[in-house]
Design a protein around this ligand. Structure first.
Ligand code: KG4
Ligand code: ZN
Length: 382
């Protein structure tokens, strides 16, 4: 993980100039990554002084998915080391930190509790302000510290646990324009890999296999494209892939490398088409709501690492006259720099919590929109 990098300058937009430098320690433990990071703002200049991520992929690999109890135990074991390492790498002592920011939800409750309890202990012990951060806000605000994005912008959050379009108008002002009504695309990539005998996590291995494949050999559906709006669905696509695979198994008794490549390419092309067309619609909504603002589309989440999807969204943005931001991969996937950053934005706004801060398994960013139940089975997400 890169650290010590001075990121883009930020235009705070609210005219409030920061009189001193502010240093935030961030903690993240909502799914299967234990992470700690130190982020500093010195006027408009933002630096990630350290960003440490302890992944749990090997622990969960034998089970084919994240096991909440195993995740919670691993977070509890690792989080203190992770904090120490982040402070060491940043060459910052706790006395030089201005506040502790921690993911307080949404996510797997055991993991979220590990982070919240650790942050409360640090806050009480070192007498530092505590700031609870919504994990999704961390993702949604990432283009601010990686690329200096100014409000408002459109965010496509697409990972193993989330899939939604957010209109981000301020650090605490999110409007959900649509999202998956069932699975998240990352889950569908992981399931596809499992069905095709490819390694986990599935996204990168399906993408690799797809490179040698013929995307048009199988006619996979593009779910919900026939309906207006920005909602998406990926479970039918998973079923279509299962059927196509089973038909081959029945006919041939196995899958050739070319079959695996073609199935991967067909699946990836379908996900890519759905995300691109729904992004086009979300950009249209953005333009209607902010006719005087140059449109900007940003992505975050592990699936945003996919080259075909990035290419599709880059081309779409060009066609639509919109800017496009895809943050460096280490800041697209779960990390604590995004939590420290979101905490920093709350610190500036004077939004603090205290030791009554609660860990929340569900916590929709946009309280005005109805929660999408069942969206994302990898973790209990909003
Ligand atoms: O954001 P992330 O690290 O964790 C959460 O889900 O919160 O995303 C992980 C997901 C996994 O489902 C993984 O298969 C997917 O992102 N992923 C990809 C690629 N790299 C990771 N999906 C498609 N293409 C990729 N290259
Ligand atoms: Zn996440």
């Amino acid at each position: 993980m890169r650290s010590g990098v001075t990121c883009h300058q930020i235009n705070w937009q609210d005219g409030v100039s920061m009189v001193k430098s502010v240093t935030i320690l961030g903690l993240e433990s909502s799914c299967d990554d234990t992470a700690a990071a130190v982020v500093r703002a010195n006027g408009p200049e933002i630096s990630v002084l350290a960003s440490v991520v302890y992944g749990q992929t090997e622990l969960h690999a034998p089970f084919g998915g994240v096991v909440p109890e195993i995740a919670a135990r691993a977070h509890a074991e690792k989080i203190d080391h992770c904090v120490e390492e982040a402070l060491d790498r940043a060459e910052v002592s706790l006395s030089q930190v201005d506040a502790i920011a921690v993911t307080a939800g949404p996510g797997l409750i055991g993991g979220v509790l590990s982070g919240v309890m650790c942050a409360k202990g640090l806050s009480a012990g070192a007498n530092l302000p505590l700031i609870g951060v919504n994990h999704l806000a961390g993702h949604a605000l990432t283009p601010r510290f990686t690329d200096g994005a100014v409000f408002p912008y459109l965010m496509l959050l697409v990972s193993g646990g989330h899939c939604q379009f957010l209109l981000v108008a301020g650090h605490d002002d999110f409007t959900r324009l649509g999202g998956t009504i069932d699975d998240a695309p990352g889950e569908a990539f992981d399931k596809t890999a499992k069905l095709l005998g490819l390694a986990q996590p599935g996204g990168p291995s399906v993408e690799r296999a797809a490179k040698d494949g013929e995307a048009t050999r199988f006619a996979f559906p593009r779910p919900l494209l026939d309906r207006p709006g920005c909602d998406m669905s990926f479970s039918g696509l998973k079923t279509a892939l299962l059927r196509a695979r089973n038909a081959l198994l029945e006919a041939q008794g196995g899958l050739t490398a070319q079959d695996v490549a073609d199935l991967s390419a067909g699946f990836q092309a379908a996900v890519c088409d759905v995300l691109t067309e729904k992004s086009r619609r979300a950009l249209t909504l953005f333009k209607e709501r902010h006719p005087d603002t140059p449109p900007l589309l940003a992505v975050a989440g592990g699936v945003a690492a996919n080259g075909a999807i990035r290419d599709g969204l880059t081309a779409l943005s060009r066609r639509e006259g919109a800017g496009f931001i895809a943050p460096p991969l280490g800041y697209c996937t779960d990390n604590a720099a995004m939590i420290a950053w979101a905490g920093l934005e709350r610190y500036r706004a004077g939004q603090f919590d205290d030791l009554t801060l609660v860990a929340r398994p569900r916590w929709p960013l946009d309280s005005q929109s109805a929660p999408m139940l069942g969206s994302g089975k990898k973790g209990a997400k909003a």
